[in-house]
Ligand binder design. Sequence first.
Ligand code: GAL
Ligand code: CA
Length: 372
Amino acid sequence: MKRKLISMVLCMAMITAAFTGCTSSDSGSAPASGSSGEASASEPANNDKKDIPILGAGIYSASDNFNSYIGKAISNASNGVFQTNIEDGQNDQSTQNNQVDTMIAKGASAIALSVVDVTAAPTLIEKCKSAGNIPIIFFNKEILDKQLLASYDKVYQVTSTGGDYGANIQGEEIIKYWKAHPEMDKNKDGKLQLVNLIGDPGHTATKPRSDAVKKTIEDAGIKVDLLAEDTGMWVTATAKDKMDAFVSKFGDQIECIVGANDAMALGALSSVEAAGFNKEGAKSKQYIPIFGIDALPEILSKIESGEIAGSVLQDSKTQGECIVKMASNLVNGKDVLDGISYELEDGSKALRIPYKAITLENLDEAKAAYGN
Ligand code: GAL
Ligand code: CA
């Protein structure tokens, strides 16, 4: 009976694996992070199980909503596989370096990190090498130095599709919206008056996302009239401050707001709502369609109400599952891709999880991806 139950559970796990591409020992409970998106995993998931190896894991900042969700996904996927704690690097590289030293001192079998500063990657790799060739998996913030990646056989990356980092899909959503809603062209000049809130200028995805969204729109024959473009540093409050100035300067001339991530799209929303826009969703007297990236749980209700027009899913759950599976494969001397249906990109040693358009029509897919 017991054996039957175990094989049923195994079978279910295999079905889940086939679906997501990465095995997970966990059924995928909802990330407990609230609207603040803070990582709260200060308790080791399995601290009573001494025989379970330790995964030293950290995100660059718990104030980054999306990173907090990957942290939760790593915690969930680690259940029964690794003991883990998601450390908050507090956007400070020396803090994160100390955290890695402590992880190693506590006997971590593998390390998984979104780095504060990508230029710290050589130091971090060196720490892992000299501690007895501990595997290290970088996630989210991409390491571009291919020579560095080639210099260590136990370094890999998990991130999302490179090139445009989801912004082509965001651009396509805007084109679709423009075609379906002629009223979007408020001044009827055939051009799209756009405010573009970009990410941290030092981040790998920032310029590609900013360029790709505008190029996709223009390639479809819609001229972009860029009213304003500035960084919101991926952060809601920063984006809100910037948007406050843009909305008071341009007001109802703005025909579209692009946030390079959802956190900034939400900052823009609170700014425009304070100025009397979008409160009643798309039916609002004064309305500015806003688009984001990540499809965070906290933006889905805003898409449902029409306050936000669309987002692009960056699948944190699958990324977390793949990080844990790869780390566990390396710790157990297996092929790094054992049980994983995604490929590694040559050179970057990156496993890339694809993005997906999220609008009112397929909100359920985004909800499922965050385990909600
Ligand atoms: C991006 C993500 C942003 C932010 C950034 C930080 O991939 O879309 O929301 O988390 O990474 O590295
Ligand atoms: Ca126009």
